[in-house]
Design a protein around this ligand. Sequence first.
Ligand code: C2E
Ligand code: MG
Ligand code: MG
Length: 581
Amino acid sequence: MTASAAVAIIAIALTAAVLDRRAKGEIGRQQIVLDTALENMSQGLCMFDAEGKIILFNERYAAMLRRSDMQLTGRLLLDILREEAAKGQWNGDAEQFFARLVEDAREGRTTTDVVRRFERSIRVVNQPMRGGGWVATFEDITEWLDAQAKISHMARHDALTNLANRVLFHEQLEQGLRRAAANDQLAVFCLDLDHFKDINDSLGHPIGDALLKQVGQRLKATVGEHDTVARLGGDEFAVVQIGRSEEAAARALARRIVEVISAPYEIADHQIVIGVSIGISLSPQDGSNPDELLKNADLALYRAKADGRGTYRFFETGMDARAQARRLLDMDMRAALQRDEFQPYYQPIRDVVSDRVVAFEALLRWNHPERGLISPINFIPLAEETGLIVQLGELVLHRACADAATWPDDIGVAVNLSPVQFKSPNLIASVTEALRNSGLAARRLELEITESVLLQNSEATLTTLHDLRAMGVRISLDDFGTGYSSLSYLRSFPFDKIKIDRSFVSELATREDSVAIIRAVTGLGRSLGIVTTAEGVENDAQLELLRREGCTQAQGYLFSQPRPACEVGMMLDRPRLRASA
Ligand code: C2E
Ligand code: MG
Ligand code: MG
């Protein structure tokens, strides 16, 4: 029973009691009780006899329907309605409306309606009375309806951009699919801002939020008037292009979006530039329901990102299989971490002049129960994408420090760090803990980073690098010559060591310029007091040439392949273990 129905019933009971007592001459006190009850109700109440004449009403009723200055008691509702219709306050068929009320009461039917009067929404409940006639209660539910509308808007829209959210987008996509004629196409675009997290991290969330809002506005202004734009979460947006969505039209829209979103933004005195990657799926060929189309657009988005971002890709069959394989690998890796299947192998680094081992580089291996030993190049890229590298990196760091603590005091250990680990706030803490737990002296730990680490947010990265160095840890620049090979990186941070990439070493015999590059790097190293290590040394001729060029250290299969920790002792004792070992 609704609250107003309950109130009506109480009122009926009270009124009946009063009428009964009034008949017996016992008015006085009861009349006061009734009046008080009626006038303190938040609802309007009006009681009609079987013919539809007003017997009783409260002030709230008269005020709600603006009938306060009318003579109401004893009047026929029909007359009042006619009068109001004449004044233009009521537009409906007064006779028909009135006849229905009388009949409902006679038949004992309770009715509920919501009517609009004077810009308000009023819920009216008509409750028949036993002796004939009816009681009507009136409740103003305008605010309640507004709140309801607000809640339902919130449930379907993104609060920040006021764009459709995932729920509404799904509904609209479904609707679009239903409406699309059999030979009509519909295109779904999944968008992801490139490196949005960097903006959030470096400029703060308020600026990140402002940027998302502006991206939403630009998107809305770019798509067609019947197209839908949604924010699916974070920096993910989606568009449905409806109507003329043959591939060429989708391509044109994708190009326009990339161009419009990439134009610079002016936010709180910052000039911000951000790119966007887009994946597109077309209905009907790429899917006939929202889930399938979104999933395939997402796979295409993945491709667009892998292909260098700032671009768009259409879905192609086969993307699914690749994505499936990656998902499996990711799951497998997480399980492998639990099962403790990852372990560092160690490869010696030798001093070229003294021909002695000075350190070992920890190189991660996955000891898979079925697939055997898996090389890091087969799982590290995915771990970097999913972020699992942070856990893997910690594992290597802790193991390597613990292992090295058991080696002679003059032997160091080198650990590779992924650029992703620099984005994690725990790096310093994790290095500190690895050193403390193992008891390894900081000077024995070398951290190897690649140029790509310096490319990302250089301020924060340089601070982290300086902090690590202040702890006594040494920093090496790995794979030098493969990336941007800019000597300016060597000036941006005081590296302790440069590792010359093995591609130069392997080409020593065949390419003149490889010798020239090695000469330049070793020369630079000498003048800056930086150790130079040649990677991938496989034969004596290479070693001899490197020694001549003044390279400080060498590492490669000529001395040993990476081996498990238990073989470190043997690698120290035996001057050379060839690849065959
Ligand atoms: P990297 O740090 O440049 O490691 C040197 C790679 O060269 C190693 O490959 C090593 O086995 C290989 N190598 C050493 N000497 C020779 C040689 O004489 N000839 C040839 N052909 N190869 C040689 P690996 O172990 O497969 O590692 C590949 C890459 O994976 C590493 O390159 C490093 O970038 C990454 N990686 C390995 N372990 C880790 C780790 O724990 N964390 C991170 N973030 N990356 C790692
Ligand atoms: Mg390395
Ligand atoms: Mg390397």
